[in-house]
Structures are given as C-alpha cells and as structure tokens.
Ligand binder design. Structure first.
Ligand code: TEU
Ligand code: CA
Length: 565
C-alpha cells in the first residue's frame, strides 16, 4: 500500500506565502523577497517544514504574477536573483524546504515567445501558442475565467488569427502539443532545481493538454461550469498524462523533490492517474470540491454553520478514501484564491473568531494528507469584505463585475457575494502588529489593509500563550510527534450530525479521537464507543474537559478536542 510508504513530503506541513502581501522591505507598498527574508525566524518558529511561494517571476502583473514574461528572472517588485538565492539559503539553513509555483498552462502576452508568436505565422515561435486562423471562420466557443466577455479566443490582426486564453486576455495558453515548447519548460524546471528548490506547485496543470481540433462543445455541457466543461473537457485533454509522464522522466525523477497539482476540474475517478506512484507522474493533487461548497443564501435566515456541514464531511471523507491505498492526499481550507478560512468556514464574529480559528486549524492538522496552510490563518486573520468595487484589485472580481454590469445584471448582489468569495479577501496584507498598515509597509499598501489588525496581529499573539498563533504551533508539534495523525486510518463518526465533525485516526499503536464543534452553540455527538478512559491531548478551551455520559460527548461552541483512547 503506497499510502503507507513514509515520505518527507507526506509528513510535511506546507506554509503558503503570498509574496505580494507578506512583508514589504522598501516602502513601495508591495511585499518582496527581502521582506520574507526579514521574517524567516518567525516562519521557523511556526515549526512548518516547507514554504510554498506564489509566482515570483518577471511579470507585468495582469494576474499578480500568474502571467509570466520571463521564467528565469525575478519580478522587479519582488527583488533580484541575489535576493532569491539569499531567501533559499536562509530557508535551507533553517531546515525549511522551498517550493515554487510552476505556471505553464499559459505565459504572459509580454513573454518573448508570445511576441514572436504573434509577429508572423512563419515565425518559429508561432506554434508555441494556440492559434485559429481567421479564414476558417469564428473558432468554436471556449469559456475564459478572466475575460470580460468570458470568451477565450482573442482576435489578433497581425496574423489574422485568434489565440486561445483560458484565463485573462494577457495570459495566452502555451501549446503543449509542440515538443519544442515542452523542452523549453523542462529546461526551465531544471534551471530552478539546479538552484536547489525542493519542488513545484503546478498551476492549473490539469488543463495543459488541448484537443487541437477544437470540437464544438455542446450547449448542455457549456451551461454547466463545474460539472460541465471543466471536468468533462478542459481537464481531460487527450495527452495530459503523456505530458506528465514525460515531465517526470525528463525532469522530476532526477531530484528528491515534491510536486502538487492544482487539480481544477479533475474528477474523482481520474485523480489517481496523477498521483498513483506506479504511474510516475506527480506526488499530490489538491481538489476544489471542498471550496465548491457554498454558503446558504442569506434570505434563508440564520444558519449555524453557514453551510451544510454534513456535505462538508462527506467531501473530506470521500477524498480521504480515494487515497486509502494509493497516492496521497492534501488538505487545505484557504489560499490566495479563497477567502479567509475563519470567515468562510468558521465564525469571524469577535466572540468566536479565536475559538473557531483554532477549531479549523485542529481539523487541518489532524486529517490524513499533506497540510497546506495559508499564511495569516495562524493568526485567525479575517476576510476584508470590501463594500465598493473600487477597493478590489483582483482581475477576477473586476472583470466579472464589468461583465455583469454590461449585461445589466445585479451588480449589488455580486458585490455582496464577493464578501464571501472574492480572492482579495485572502490577499490583504499579513498583520504583523497593530501599527499603521499592520507593520506590513511604511508606504501605501497595494491593497487595503484589514482594519482589524489593531486586534488581530502577530505581535499581540506572540506574548499570549493562549493565542491562535501559539495554538497553531502546538498543533504542528503534536502532528510531528504523532505519526498516527499523518498516516493513520481515518474513520468518520456520527456522520449525519449537522453541527459536529467527529472522527478517529488510528494505526497499530494508537487511536486518536478528534471532536470538532462547527457551531456557535453547545452540541452533542454520539461517538458509539467507550471513551471513559480518553485522555485529552489538546483542546482550544482553557479549562479542558470531556463531558460525557457514556458514549455521548457535549461540546461547547467551536470546541475542538484531540483525545487519545
Ligand atoms: O487558479 C485557477 C483557478 O481556477 C482560479 O483562478 C479560480 O478562478 C479561483 O480559484 C476561483 O475562486 C490558478 C491560480 O491559483 C490563480 O491565482 C490564477 O489566477 C490562475 O490559476 C491563473 O494562473
Ligand atoms: Ca517592496
């Protein structure tokens, strides 16, 4: 059973740093590499094993670095290659590994390859991208994530042809069908591995292979985004796994590194194709099914929790099962594309913010699978929830707003919705202290800083033993000391309970019971096992207690308990 083979990356806690928002060192309002270097001791103090950095490469920033114009140099805003080398050294000296973002479904339209590609149909680089010659008529419709008109084909007069962009118009899709392009990508990967990086997080790698005949996609499929064209067309390219196997052979297999695919649109039945070790492709994949769980409409009255916890449990249980024998899973509740964990899955009301943050961290650090933890969540940072479109910087929010406005849709409803779902909620600056701009910058921050930094910040929490931050540190240590939490079997208990998430983790040596109240009221759970001798290893309440009558436990609001049976 591969799932039991020990590997360093299975035991790792990955800490995701969004460089633009972490720490600004030169007062231009933008986080940078020297800023991260200045906070390495803080990162080390968390006890984490790996840092994942979002893209740091040269970019005109149409999509905050996910539009790369030179894969082998550093974005001006972030610093220089010397800064990068210093950062990598600083991490390695502290025994922390570094993984970078590999963004190779598309490049920037300002990349040299694309400039040449669009210059002439005869240019050798023309075939590095997907073109549809205009004499064939209009290309069959393809949806685009960030295009104002949601159209992935953009007409370009110089070559009288349309180019494909699944994301923004400034993010043309690279043509993986061209072996020369693939070699360029592999060379670039070798370049970074030779510098000593420890792996890649692979941006929308699931959509790199295209059906280059561009068949018409039926309206029925096109009408459904998440269960329609993404899983059934975009993420099912005919040569996807040939390319990943080739990449493994040519690059990945030469190094002791880790890889994780952003598994957008990947169907459950296809997951193991990516991560079954026997297939020699990638190590891990992270899914979107958890993130696709929506909040109940506000008009339905108050819900507690604000989403269907039974469905939530089903998703994470199902995804645990996929990797029970082969491959290896991942677990996360937030990242740079999502709102803040506590606002979305917990309760950011001042009364419950700390308790529910700790409860959610307990969930993440006690599940099977590699933990991906988003910087700032260890402080219980909350979503910024802008009221006005002018405050947003994210191309996703801005372009969708423009589209809805052009279609005379309900922009107010959209803005309300963005308070829950906009990517900028997770991108406001890291809150170092209670001073102006949260100690993130001396200049004007590129995105407004959350006013709650006066209360929610690292400096205050550092000195408080009971803080969210210090609780996170304890959890990381507990996971490190208990390999049962990494490899042990997961079993869901009391699955229909709408307020409590309860499960066990066990191996030959130990059996642990995890009890999590996802609601703001007292709640009970029936564990159906004898827990009279259970010993509490960690709790998010000061006065630890296990109130049980026989097999039933009563939990206080957002209470989290890790017990040994
Ligand atoms: O994300 C892909 C993606 O599907 C998201 O942008 C999606 O729109 C979002 O999760 C909706 O909530 C990756 C990166 O993580 C993202 O930051 C990039 O913008 C995108 O690819 C393009 O490179
Ligand atoms: Ca800066």
């Amino acid at each position: 059973m591969q799932s039991k083979d020990p590997k360093w990356w299975k035991e790792a806690v990955v800490y995701q740093v969004y460089p633009r928002s972490f720490k600004d060192s030169n007062g231009d309002g933008i986080g940078d590499l020297q800023g991260i270097i200045s906070k390495l001791d803080y990162i080390k103090s968390l006890g984490i094993d790996v840092v994942w950095l979002n893209p740091i490469f040269k970019s005109p920033n149409a999509d905050n670095g996910y539009d790369i114009s030179d894969y082998k140099s550093i974005m001006d805003d972030f610093g220089t290659m010397d800064d990068f080398d210093g950062l990598l050294r600083g991490l390695h000296e502290r025994n922390i590994k570094l993984i970078l973002d590999l963004v190779v479904n598309h490049s920037s339209d300002e990349h040299e390859w694309f400039k040449r590609s669009r210059s002439s149909r005869d240019d050798p680089y023309h075939d590095y991208y997907h073109w549809w010659p205009a004499e064939k008529g209009k290309p069959p419709y393809r949806w685009s994530v960030f295009d104002v008109n949601a159209n992935a084909w953009q007409y370009d007069a110089t070559t009288d042809a349309y180019y494909l962009h699944y994301f923004a118009v400034k993010q043309p899709d690279l043509k993986w069908e061209n072996p020369r392009l693939r070699q360029e990508v592999y060379d670039m990967m070798h370049y970074w591995f030779k510098k000593g990086i420890d792996g890649f997080r692979m941006d929308v790698i699931s959509v790199i292979s295209k059906d280059i005949d561009y068949p018409v996609i039926s309206k029925e499929i096109l009408d459904k985004e998440y269960d329609g064209f993404w899983p059934n067309y975009y993420a099912k390219g005919p040569h996807l796994h040939d390319y990943l196997q080739e990449m493994n052979r040519e690059v990945l297999s030469h190094y002791n590194i880790m890889t994780v695919a952003e598994g957008w649109g990947v169907l459950q039945e296809d997951v193991l194709k990516f991560v079954d070790a026997g297939r020699k492709e990638l190590d891990m994949l992270y899914h979107f099914e958890g993130m696709d769980i929506r909040h109940f409409p506000v008009t339905n009255g108050t819900h507690d929790p604000k989403y269907d916890l039974v469905a939530f449990k089903e998703v994470y249980t199902k995804w645990d099962k996929i990797f029970a024998e082969k491959g290896w899973g991942t677990i996360y509740l937030g990242n740079h594309d999502q709102s803040r964990m506590v606002s979305r899955w917990g309760n950011d009301d001042p009364q419950f913010r700390e308790l529910s943050s700790k409860m959610l961290s307990t969930f993440l650090l006690t599940m099977r699978g590699t933990v991906y933890y988003y910087a700032g969540d260890e402080l219980g940072m909350t979503s910024i929830k802008f009221d006005r479109i002018e405050d947003y910087q994210d191309i996703g929010t801005i372009n969708t707003y423009q589209r809805i406005e052009a279609e005379h849709g309900d922009v107010m409803a959209f803005l309300e919705d963005q308070k829950i779902y906009s990517r900028d909620n997770g991108r406001a600056a890291f809150q170092w202290d209670g001073s102006l701009h949260a100690g993130f910058t001396n200049g004007k921050p590129w995105l407004k800083v959350n006013p709650d930094h006066k209360i929610v910040n690292a400096a205050t929490q550092e000195s408080d033993q009971g803080s969210v931050l210090n609780y996170f540190r304890k959890l990381v240590q507990l996971r490190r000391q208990n390999k049962t939490l990494v490899y042990g079997k997961y079993s869901l208990l009391d699955k229909d309970n709408p307020k409590v998430y309860a499960y066990t983790r066990e191996d030959g040596e130990k059996k642990l019971l995890i009890l999590l109240n996802f609601s703001s009221v007292n709640a009970t759970t029936d564990t159906r096992m004898n827990i009279s001798n259970a010993k509490i290893l960690l709790s998010n309440y000061n006065n630890k207690r296990l109130t049980n009558t026989n097999k039933t436990v009563e939990l206080r609001p957002y209470e989290a308990l890790i017990c040994e049976l």
